[in-house]
Design a protein around this ligand. Structure first.
Ligand code: AMP
Length: 432
């Protein structure tokens, strides 16, 4: 604990809304002396010093962390984790709160996770892996639809097809395995039983052997109102999801998260960092759809405002293997987050125009704006710089009032070239 009495020097890696929310939470810690974010964005610059090193430049990040005597690195996105940023930092003597490259396989490979589920008895969809397209097609014909076809490797969330018909499943196999539309990630596919129920994202902070809950949220993946149109990185989220009762959370911890940690440790690749369990709440209880090895985006943006405890010592304890007696307090309030995106997102985003009215939006009681793809021009105007541009969040005494406040803030933002969904929270609140 000596380290913390002296105050901590922390580096967050990434540049999205998730990293803005992480920086915002860490910046509030009285234990912090200096916060950097690489590469960050104009919103993050309000709470951290941004350094122009990309999240993929691991040697550059290690050199920076060493030169600045960084005492904790917090990687936001999966890319650097799967590429081994934690191993590289730790080898250089810099503590890093994230999984090793070996443990990050939980996100990097679908079949790795499915095998782990089988050996640890974790409830999940029945599955099979295929390296050969003919065998995959034959399996689809034998089983019949609905089925879910997944590219085995990392595809930025795009390599999953929920196929309602046999023809759609066969077309997905052709695209992934023959046309290689996801490159090597589609060299093999996992074909799964199709689960039905409500989906919940459940997060746990892990220290290799212990896990403590980091809250749950519901995400909105489709681009359009009423869950229509193509899948996106996420168009909004809310927390807490009323369907995820304390009993279901306990079941998810006991049947999914803890057995996964125990099995990872048994295999010699203990998991430290943030474990994201994508769950389907089926009639037979929660089943695992996927693990990710980091916070979700935009889920992180709706969880951080609900966290009452100091995040920084929790991240240190996770890195140090000391979570056994750790506890995090959460506010009772709800948070709704609405993503503002450039027109054309997700297929062909056209970031144009200027973002105005953020000060007015921030003045809405409970509102908090997290930047993703934004940039400043030479005159200091805020411009869009990507597909997802802002997550406009608001805290309220319940979901309905949080949603009203979030849309009141959204409506203060003057950016006619952008768009958002108007129905975030509909599963809990209806669309009215
Ligand atoms: P994944 O990348 O594995 O999370 O899959 C992306 C999305 O596909 C999930 O969020 C679910 O909506 C859907 N999905 C994946 N696997 C299944 C399954 N076995 N049954 C039903 N839907 C699924």
């Amino acid at each position: 604990m000596k380290r913390m009495e002296a105050g901590m020097r922390v580096l967050v890696v990434g540049s999205g809304g998730r990293e803005h929310a992480l920086c915002w939470a860490i910046a509030a810690s009285p234990l912090l002396t200096k916060l950097w974010c690489a590469p960050g964005n104009p919103g993050i610059a309000a709470v951290a010093e941004c350094v122009p090193i990309t999240a993929e430049d691991i040697p550059g990040l290690v050199a920076f962390a060493r030169a600045q005597k960084v005492e904790l690195v917090v990687p936001g996105p999966e890319g650097p984790l799967v590429a081994g940023i934690t191993d590289a930092m730790e080898e250089a003597g810099i503590p890093c709160c994230g999984p090793s490259r070996a443990a990050a396989q939980l996100e990097g490979s679908k079949s790795f996770t499915k095998e782990l589920c089988d050996s640890a008895g974790i409830p999940t969809a029945r599955w099979e892996r295929f390296d050969d397209a003919a065998a995959a097609r034959e399996f689809v014909r034998r089983r019949g639809a609905p089925l879910v076809v997944k590219a085995d490797g990392l595809t930025g969330g795009k390599g999953v097809v929920v196929a309602a018909t046999e023809a759609l499943a066969l077309a997905a196999i052709d695209r992934m395995m023959e046309a290689r539309s996801f490159g090597e990630a589609g060299g093999s596919v996992v074909i799964e039983e199709c689960l039905t129920g409500e989906e919940v994202s459940f997060f746990a902070l892990c220290d290799g052997s212990h896990a403590i809950p980091l809250g749950a949220a519901q995400d909105h993946k489709r681009v359009g109102d009423g869950d229509t149109g193509p899948n996106t990185g996420g168009m909004g989220a809310y927390s807490p999801p009323p369907v995820f009762t304390p009993a279901l959370e306990a079941a998810a911890l006991d049947q999914i998260v803890r057995p996964a940690l125990a099995e990872m440790a048994r295999q010699g690749t203990p998991f430290r960092g943030i474990l994201y369990a994508g769950l389907m709440l089926t009639d037979d209880g929660p089943k695992l759809i996927e693990f990710n090895v980091r916070f979700g985006d935009p889920e992180c943006q709706v969880l951080m405002p609900r966290l009452q405890s100091d995040l920084l010592p929790a991240l240190v304890a996770a890195r140090d293997g000391e979570l056994a007696h750790f506890d995090l307090r959460w506010r009772r309030e709800a948070v709704v987050g609405v993503v503002l995106a450039s027109s054309g997102y997700p297929e062909a985003p056209k970031p144009t125009g200027e973002l105005r009215g953020l000060t007015e939006a921030a003045a809405v009681p409970g509102a908090e704006m997290f930047h993703a793809g934004t940039k400043l021009d030479a005159q200091g105007h805020l411009l869009p710089a990507g597909g997802r541009v802002l997550t406009v969040c608001a805290t309220g005494p319940d979901l309905r009032r949080a949603r009203d406040a979030a849309y009141a803030a959204v409506d203060k933002i003057d950016w006619p070239e952008g768009f958002c969904r108007r129905d975030i929270g509909w599963r809990a609140l209806g669309t009215a």
